[in-house]
Design a protein around this ligand. Structure first.
Ligand code: PMP
Length: 424
């Protein structure tokens, strides 16, 4: 790639047909073309982190080899290129989730930082002693621990929306939970441990009747289905780049302008100020008020490219494909016998959590790895979910649109070996 010419700041994405086949799409992911332990890789750990297509990799290379400089500061050409590309990335992610304005999209380092930002920025001014934060029984630790810290500091209470054995939230008593002490409801859109898709619109409607805002952890939803933050009625919506074919170290907090205007900054430093004197500081407008210091410029641009990539394929088409793969996986595991699946919600995304009686999930993961099949074993940063199910851990296969039927066959063959080795 030569950079001695004037580079366009527009994307360099090759022209691809949006209805190309899934096998063609799979070939666009270089990492999937390798062998692991002499077997072709079957990557089924997408809920932990997804893989990057060549287009996103190329966008990062292009940025680093022709556009990199600091943003929002320099008058020179490279700084303008970097700033344009960074600002365009914000537009892309805003449009990807149908945010009313890109100014409401704050770049964070990921879902975890987005939630911590709200815990500080909203929690400090709006939560007091005796107040309540409501979280759901299905949450990832990153949507529990920041609220525990806040509640401890403020003398506030944490209450939990319960779940049933299928991994569905029980909303029967939800209205009664929402008394005047409740300052925020925090719930994930899709559970990473069980795959449950939560009824977000119903939750936001019911909370809003009591004028309570709702934070939605969209880490496992944005990569797998069309997300429209306005239609969902969320007040805060957070997600991570690395789970949606983008880079690590980048994510987004979208929030309604009203909250962002009223919230306190999370971190202080450069870029988040309008003026600083010894007498005091005036904060910058949103989104910059929440982006102190040099941001993850390259990662943000990579995330913009990932949003473009997914958008081009079409999120509805992706959701349909993953639903097919989920049905196939669930049926094949059932047919194999001796596999206990957790999370049987009627609305489910492509996560299959399971165990085999008499075999530790880590042993399942290790044996599968020997056959080139990558899954996750553990509590999935959702220990309260495991406690509720009365198990220490599960093995988890999580799907993405670039998986294929052969990956599922390989998972099943690997599990057959596990059963043979353990004689179960
Ligand atoms: N919430 C959910 C539902 C998740 O699945 C994850 C990642 N496993 C997170 C939050 C945290 O995301 P990150 O580590 O990218 O901040």
């Amino acid at each position: 790639m030569r950079h001695d010419m004037e580079l366009p700041t527009s994307e360099k994405r090759p022209v691809r047909s949006s209805d190309r086949s899934w096998e063609e799409i799979r070939k666009e992911f270089p990492i999937l073309q390798q062998t692991i332990r002499e077997h072709p890789l079957a990557y089924l750990d997408n809920a932990a982190s997804s893989q990057m297509p060549q287009d996103v990799i190329d966008r990062l290379v292009w940025y680093h080899s022709g556009e990199h400089s600091n943003v929002h500061r320099g008058v020179h050409t490279l700084s303008q290129r970097a700033t344009n590309a960074y600002d365009q990335a914000r537009e892309k992610v805003a449009s990807f989730i149908n945010a009313p304005s890109s100014k409401e999209c704050i770049f964070t380092s990921g879902t975890t930082e987005g939630i911590n930002l709200v815990a500080h920025g909203y929690g400090r001014p709006f939560v007091d002693e005796g107040d309540t934060i409501v979280v759901s029984a299905l949450e990832h630790h990153s949507n529990i621990v920041p609220w525990q810290i806040l509640c401890e500091e403020k003398g506030a209470n944490l209450e939990v929306i319960p779940m049933n054995d299928a991994g569905e939230l029980i909303l029967d008593d939800f209205d009664e939970m929402l008394d005047s002490s409740v300052k925020l409801v925090c719930v994930n859109h899709v559970s990473n441990a069980l795959g449950t898709i939560n009824p977000i619109k119903e939750i936001t409607d019911r909370a809003h009747k009591k004028e309570i805002p709702v934070l939605v952890d969209g880490a496992q939803a944005v990569p797998h289905m069309p997300v429209n933050v306005q239609a969902l009625g969320a007040d805060f919506y957070v997600f991570s780049g690395h789970k949606m074919c983008g880079p690590t170290g980048i994510g987004v907090l979208w929030a309604k302008r009203r909250w962002l205007e009223e919230m306190q900054p999370f971190q202080g430093g450069g870029d988040m100020i309008l003026s600083v004197t010894w007498e005091g500081t005036t904060y910058n407008d949103i989104p910059f008020k929440f982006e102190a210091g040099t941001p993850s410029i390259a990662a943000a641009i990579g995330l913009g490219a990932a949003a473009d990539y997914l958008d081009h394929i079409g999120m509805s088409r992706i959701a349909e494909r993953e639903a097919e793969l989920l049905t196939r996986t669930t049926e094949r595991l059932k047919a194999l016998g001796g596999i206990r699946c957790f999370g049987t919600a009627s609305e489910k995304a492509g996560v299959v959590s399971f165990d085999i009686d008499g075999v530790h999930p880590h042993d399942i993961g290790t044996i599968l790895d020997n056959e080139g099949v990558a899954i996750r074993a553990g509590h999935h940063c959702a220990q309260p979910v495991m406690d509720r199910l009365g198990i220490p851990a599960t093995a988890r296969a999580s799907l993405a649109f670039y998986n294929n039927e052969a990956d599922i066959d390989r998972l099943v063959a690997g599990l057959y070996s596990v059963k043979e080795i353990f004689g179960v």
